[in-house]
Write a protein of this length. Structure first.
Lengths: 115, 117
């Protein structure tokens, strides 16, 4: 069965420091992987996705993530945190089922950026 | 281009009632997905419609249903409301297939906040 784990429900980084948000998944077949961001009192936004091909995926706002099959991970990184990056981040996995694709979200990681 | 719009933005219902939420996707987008967000259960995928057909669905009871019209607008309906249905319901649209079209992205509406009393 699919599942998504996000290590650390809350992460704090200093402005200008590396952002690393961890995501591990379980899937019985090659998955599709996503990172979403939700800014305070706003809707969701798709940051990036892995479907096929290159395992290092670049997204919006300077974020990127690397799909590592051997580690069943899809960690999100950004070289230098900005105050505007403070938000809730969700990792999601989707795999093809016999009838329907299933989409499972992780519990989310709240990112704080300290000036 | 106008973004994804959802109506109403806020709604208060009582247990046992039913509710219909509406989502208008970005012009030209044919895929519409619905999600539920609650403090307890987090984000959960409800279903996805493409060209008036339900293409994918999550693990929700039959009280949750949806449909998509020929203009790609979508509605979701919840019958016999329960207190636990109180949530933010998010709708998102994409042109065709977010998973199988590499360059495709997805856009979310602001959500409908439903309170069941």
């Amino acid at each position: 069965a699919q599942s998504v784990t996000q290590l650390g429900s809350h992460v704090s980084v200093s402005e200008g420091a590396l952002v690393l948000l961890r995501c591990n998944y379980s899937s019985s077949v090659p998955p599709y992987l996503f990172w979403y961001v939700q800014y305070p009192n706003q809707g969701l936004q798709l940051l990036l996705k892995y479907t096929t091909g290159a395992t290092l995926v670049k997204g919006i706002n300077g974020f990127e993530a690397e799909f590592k099959k051997s580690e069943t991970s899809f960690h999100l990184t950004k070289p230098s945190a900005h105050m505007s990056d403070a938000a809730e981040y969700f990792c999601a996995v989707s795999e093809s089922g016999t009838s329907y694709d299933k989409v499972i979200f992780g519990p989310g990681t709240s990112l704080s950026v300290i000036p | 281009k106008a973004g994804v719009t959802q109506t109403p933005r806020y709604l208060i219902k009582t247990r046992g009632q039913q509710v219909t939420l509406s989502c208008s996707p970005i012009s030209g987008h044919r895929s519409v997905s619905w999600y539920q967000q609650t403090p307890g259960q987090g984000l959960q995928f409800l279903f996805e419609y493409f060209s008036e057909t339900q293409r994918n669905k999550g693990n929700f009871p039959g009280r949750f249903s949806g449909r998509q019209f020929s203009n790609s607008r979508s509605e979701m309906n919840v019958s016999t409301l329960e207190l636990g249905d109180s949530a933010l319901y998010l709708c998102a649209s994409s042109p065709r297939d977010l998973k199988r079209v590499p360059q495709e992205t997805q856009y979310f509406g602001p959500g409908t906040r439903l309170l069941v009393l």
